[in-house]
Unconditional design. Structure first.
Length: 95
């Protein structure tokens, strides 16, 4: 198994209007974004090409909203998730 490109633990994941986990994990690995509970069970996952993510104007600096398989999730405490998603989906730099 390869090393994850990005991982954030202790993350709160909400699916409006309820909280799914307060100590979950967000992982980018092998071209997929995975949302996991604090016990390691998968909440949702999808290929990076089908994930939409951003930060609404009203969100705190450590919050993001991601749409995975048509479901919107609010992710809090994920650090540099948006930066990691952008980096993972950029085409490789050409010489």
């Amino acid at each position: 198994m390869s090393e994850p490109e990005f991982t954030a633990t202790g993350v709160r994941i909400d699916r409006w209007p309820r909280s799914l986990t307060r100590a979950g994990e967000v992982r980018i690995e092998d071209g997929r974004l995975s949302l996991l509970t604090s016990y390691g069970s998968e909440i949702d996952s999808a290929p990076l090409g089908s994930v939409r993510a951003g930060r609404p104007w009203f969100a705190k600096p450590d919050e993001a909203v991601a749409t995975v398989n048509g479901t919107r999730y609010r992710i809090s405490g994920s650090g540099r998730l948006l930066e990691a998603l952008k980096k993972a989906t950029e085409p490789a730099a050409r010489p």
